[in-house]
Design a protein around this ligand. Structure first.
Ligand code: FES
Length: 115
């Protein structure tokens, strides 16, 4: 049986070239869909540990190309979370593993309880 038992949302609930935030248990995270590929990351800037979004569900820059931290403008690659510009350049967002089961994104229960 899969360890990914916690449903998050349908893959179509995330618009193309867009992002969406979630809170499940202790896990504050967001999903990005760019070029049809979905990635999930913890909502935690490696610079100061703050939430990234400018406003609800707005994790991307004005071009919807990079993930952007609204505090100091760090830019992160949506494909792997690596910071390519800003005070935490070279560091990365923490990815959240997931599995798509019947078009629903699922995360592991263990991910929702941060030690
Ligand atoms: S807190 Fe994110 S770039 Fe400074």
């Amino acid at each position: 049986m899969s360890r990914f038992t916690i449903p998050v949302c349908h893959v179509d609930d995330i618009d193309h070239e867009s992002s969406k935030g979630f809170e499940i248990g202790d896990l504050n995270f967001f999903a990005v869909k760019r070029d049809g590929i979905i990635t999930l990351f913890q909502n935690n800037c490696p610079h100061l540990g703050v939430n990234l979004e400018f406003q609800q569900d707005q994790f991307l820059d004005a071009d919807n190309f990079y993930i952007m931290c609204s505090t100091h403008g760090a830019l992160f690659q949506p494909e792997d979370g690596k910071c390519v510009y800003g005070p935490c350049q070279g560091q990365s967002l923490i990815s959240v593993d997931f599995e798509v089961i019947e078009q629903q994104i699922h995360i592991a229960e263990a991910a929702t309880a941060i030690a």
